[in-house]
Design a protein around this ligand. Structure first.
Ligand SMILES: Cc1cc2nc3c(=O)[nH]c(=O)nc-3n(C[C@H](O)[C@H](O)[C@H](O)COP(=O)(O)OP(=O)(O)OC[C@H]3O[C@@H](n4cnc5c(N)ncnc54)[C@H](O)[C@@H]3O)c2cc1C
Length: 474
């Protein structure tokens, strides 16, 4: 992990500390306080950091106070949204964590078809609120993931081919900048900053509120369809052609996985390795059966077919029980434009050796509506890619770590030669694991512009616990 501790920091005076604690309305938690161990936990149990202060901000005023305090006291600063980041970039050792998890609140404007989301919401909060109006906005595939981190890194999910990435639907954001100032950014206000936060992560400030465009998506025809592992090569060869040519209303990400133990999975499938596609069809429901009929008839039939009409939030939370908080988590990612036959052969090889029941590999399509956005329209560079791929080692047991990390790295290395060069920053580990050049490679031609905007708004790199963009020399 990157060393986040600062040794050149002068001690904080008693008065400054007392004033700070008194001014954070949501409270400040320090080592030794009741609840400290609970408050410092993040989603990935592999991360065990001990912040000096956790500021539980309830509003923009608290965030402004905390940003100013961190800057003035030269404290390392981490910003925590949903706490889901793989390498734990929502927390730090010895520094100040701005914990946004108390900042909730979702307001739907059904006339303007927008939703205003407070900075500490998770996607389940948003789906719950928008579904009541028969609408949705694109996010990810697990409802406990934070709106903040997922959106600022891009946001790839079930609706990417239909409606684009989360950032493609972001209309406006309220932000607290490194100097403590508060701005609203949009296409017309601070357009440089609005460009940068659409993919550039938490590098530019703390987002206290997001405004997203909504789409009339209510009931979808969706769910997982699984085939025997032996069919992996055949299914993947078909899938790579199918999903790159499919209409935007067809979403489907490919996976290799182990069928979980226990209900509701059929007993004879539990523990079996399989390949599959998690579908989300947003077209006309009365056409769905005929659209899926040829898929169902292929490959001699699927072993499990849970694809059918579903309320959108049910799809969004369908996989939550398989991936609860508190498990060990290690992943590695890359973008792919093509999946040649040799790459498929490597997938088949590694799918046979999934190291734990929850280990998996996903190929998320980023074409369709997401792929038609020009590469320089937002900071998210890889618009020409067809898939964001991630191999994931997951286990409740730390004793599995060495084995599952070795598998994840070996699998990634086997596929990397076929990749498009960079990775989706939200599915990367940190710089000590990925290497210093990985962030630059992932932003490609957009990196220099991001570095210039970083130098303008955060020249001292106060916001550096993230996939960090080095401020350009001025
Ligand atoms: C189980 C699981 C499923 C996932 N599924 C998907 C998926 O389907 N699609 C997808 O695109 N990604 C997915 N991800 C990746 C996810 O997008 C990233 O892990 C993301 O960083 C999580 O955001 P968070 O707010 O929960 O994380 P945190 O750990 O709280 O923060 C992550 C980073 O974002 C910054 N940040 C968070 N909120 C703010 C804010 N309000 N203002 C400024 N900076 C902020 C933090 O400083 C930190 O650098 C998944 C992750 C997990 C663990």
């Amino acid at each position: 992990m990157v060393s986040t501790a600062r040794t050149d920091r002068p001690a904080i005076s008693e008065t400054a500390m007392t004033q700070f604690i008194a001014s954070i309305r949501g409270g400040v938690i320090r080592p030794g306080d009741p609840g400290y161990d609970e408050a410092r936990k993040v989603y990935n149990a592999m991360i065990d950091k001990r912040p000096a202060l956790i500021a539980r901000c309830v509003d923009a005023a608290d965030v402004i106070t905390a940003v100013n305090f961190a800057r003035e006291q030269k404290l390392l600063l981490a910003v925590r949204g949903g706490g889901h980041n793989g390498p734990g970039l929502g927390t730090c050792d010895d520094g100040l964590v701005i914990d946004l998890s108390q900042m909730k609140g979702v307001r739907v404007d059904p006339v303007a078809r927008t939703v205003r989301v407070a900075g500490g919401c998770v996607w389940g909060d948003v789906d719950h609120a928008t579904h009541a109006f028969g609408m949705a906005t694109p996010s990810g595939i697990i409802s406990t993931t934070g709106v903040g981190g997922l959106t600022l890194g891009g946001g790839v999910g079930h609706l990417a081919r239909t409606c684009g990435l989360a950032i493609d639907n972001l209309l406006e954001a309220d932000m607290v900048l490194a100097d403590g100032s508060f701005v609203t950014v949009s296409a017309n206000q601070h357009p440089d900053l609005f460009w940068a936060i659409r993919g550039g992560g938490g590098n530019f400030g703390v987002v206290t509120s997001f405004l997203f465009r909504l789409h009339p998506i209510d009931t979808v025809y969706a769910g997982p369809m699984l085939w025997p592992l032996e069919k992996t090569a055949e299914v993947l060869r078909w899938y790579r052609e199918f999903i790159t040519r499919a209409p935007d209303e067809m979403n489907g990400w490919f996976a290799v996985l182990t069928v979980p133990a226990g209900a509701p999975f059929p007993e004879h499938l539990q523990g079996k390795k399989v390949c599959g596609v998690a579908w989300c069809y947003t077209g006309q429901l009365d056409r769905a059966e005929s659209v899926f009929a040829p898929i169902r008839e292929r490959f001699g039939g699927q072993v499990l077919d849970w694809v059918g009409p579903l309320p959108h939030p049910a799809l969004q939370s369908m996989f939550d029980p398989i991936y609860p908080a508190g498990h060990q988590w290690y992943w590695k990612a890359d973008f792919f434009t093509e999946i040649p036959d040799e790459a498929i052969a490597r997938h088949v090889e590694f799918a046979q050796t999934l190291p734990t029941p929850q280990a998996t590999m996903h190929l998320y399509p980023v074409n369709g509506a997401a792929g038609r956005v020009p590469a320089d329209a937002t900071a998210w560079n890889f618009r020409q890619a067809n898939w964001a791929q991630v191999m994931v080692g997951v286990s409740p047991d730390p004793a599995d770590n060495a084995r599952m990390i070795a598998w994840t790295r070996a699998y990634w290395e086997a596929l990397h030669p076929y990749s498009a060069g960079g990775a989706y920053v939200n599915m990367m580990m940190d710089a000590s694991d990925e290497g210093a050049d990985r962030v630059r490679a992932s932003y490609g031609k957009n990196y220099d512009r991001l570095a210039a905007i970083k130098a303008k708004y955060d020249p001292g790199n106060l916001f550096r616990v993230n996939q960090n963009i080095t401020p350009a020399p001025r």
